[in-house]
Design a protein around this ligand. Structure first.
Ligand code: 5GP
Ligand code: MG
Length: 177
């Protein structure tokens, strides 16, 4: 596995993004909605850099992709908070095609927040298939499949403290069950 971002680089990038977020919202109360499970570590690290009154809600987004048809996104809102008339920041691990975040933003907009913005740890360059862009991005990365710092490959590797690119031999080695 090749390390793309070290623990220190990740921390610096998340701190810098937190500063931009703090600058945008000031002391106003913020509702953070994190898309599970990939943004778990980002959520924990980011909110500890933010000092405004802050609430945290969680949603889970899963896409079911059958054949070549584009995926239908299902959003589980069991741990969501009431966001009506709130300033809301959606956070996700990675903006790839952008379809997941766009769908989530459309769904959240239906709940009538006062404002709605998005923050992602990673923006994969050259992959976007939607016209929207996240409002806050910690890192732009090349088009490689990455794991660690919350991101998984078949539910593994989320616990790596750094971000790594999976190489062909990593894909071949089966996980112990
Ligand atoms: P999008 O809808 O933007 O194409 O995909 C976003 C989701 O795909 C992310 O939330 C993440 O779950 C997954 N994904 C996209 N690229 C990567 C990657 O390089 N590594 C991992 N682990 N997941 C990715
Ligand atoms: Mg995800």
């Amino acid at each position: 596995m090749k390390i793309l971002l070290t623990e220190k680089e990740l921390d610096d990038g998340v701190a810098a993004m937190a500063q931009q977020i703090a600058h945008a919202y000031g002391d106003k109360p913020l509702t953070v909605i994190a898309i599970m499970t990939g943004s778990l570590i980002l959520l924990a690290d980011l909110i500890r850099y933010l000092e405004m009154p802050l609430r945290v809600g969680l949603i889970q987004a899963s896409s079911y992709r059958g054949g070549t048809t584009s995926g239908q996104l299902t959003i589980n809102e069991t741990m969501q908070l009431d966001i009506k008339d709130r300033d809301v920041l959606i956070i996700d691990d990675i903006f790839d095609t952008g379809k997941t975040l766009r769908e989530v933003m459309l769904r959240m907009a239906e709940l009538k927040p006062k404002s709605l913005r998005s923050a992602v740890l990673l923006n994969k360059q050259g992959k976007q298939e939607v016209s929207m862009q996240p409002d806050f991005v910690a890192f732009n990365i090349p088009d490689e499949f990455v794991v660690g710092y919350g991101l998984d490959y078949q539910d593994h590797y989320r616990n790596l403290p750094y971000l790594a690119c999976l190489e062909p031999q990593d894909l071949q080695s089966p996980f112990p069950l």
